[in-house]
Design a protein around this ligand. Structure first.
Ligand code: TYD
Length: 133
C-alpha cells in the first residue's frame, strides 16, 4: 500500500568542495539490476501511468523537480521530489503518474529487475482488479 512507499534519504559526504551522495548495496532494500534516467523531458510531459507487479524502484531527481502521484487502489498521494539526495522508494503494486517536470530535470531510476513489459499494468482498471485479486 501507499504506507510502504517511503522517501529514502541518500547518505552524503559534505565538504567545502561540495556534496557527494553515495548509494551502496545496503542503502536500498533491493538489488539493483537496472538503471535508467529521464532527461530532456518537456515541462508538459506526462510519464508513468502504470504500475508494476513485482518491480521495486527508487526514483531520484538528480536535477530539478517533478511530481509523482501514487495510488494503491484505495488512497492516493502526490509527492514533489526536488532534492537530489531524497528518492522515492516505490514497492510493487503502486500506480504512478509523473508530471510537472522542471526544465533541465534529470530523473534517475534504480530498479530491481531488468525491463520486462509483462511486469507492467498499464490500464488503471486492470490495476484495480490486480489489487483485488
Ligand atoms: P515507460 O516505462 O512506459 O516510461 P515512463 O514510465 O517513464 O513513462 O517506458 C517508455 C518506453 O520505453 C516503453 O516503450 C518501454 C521502453 N523502456 C525500455 O525499453 N526499457 C526500460 O528500461 C524502460 C524503463 C522503458
Amino acid at each position: 500500500t501507499i504506507n510502504d512507499v517511503a522517501i529514502l534519504e541518500v547518505p552524503r559526504v559534505h565538504d567545502e568542495r561540495g556534496l557527494l551522495a553515495v548509494i551502496e548495496k545496503d542503502t536500498i532494500p533491493f538489488k539493483i539490476e537496472r538503471v535508467y534516467y529521464l532527461y530532456d523531458v518537456p515541462s508538459d510531459a506526462f510519464r508513468g501511468g502504470h504500475a508494476h507487479k513485482e518491480l521495486y524502484q527508487l526514483i531520484i531527481p538528480l536535477s530539478g523537480s517533478f511530481d509523482v502521484l501514487i495510488k494503491d487502489g484505495e488512497r492516493s498521494k502526490t509527492i514533489n521530489l526536488n532534492k537530489p539526495h531524497k528518492g522515492l522508494l516505490l514497492v510493487p503494486g503502486i500506480w504512478r503518474e509523473i508530471d510537472n517536470f522542471s526544465s533541465g530535470c534529470v530523473c534517475l531510476v534504480l530498479a530491481s529487475k531488468e525491463y520486462d513489459e509483462l511486469d507492467y499494468i498499464r490500464e488503471f482498471n486492470a490495476f484495480l482488479s490486480f489489487k483485488k485479486s
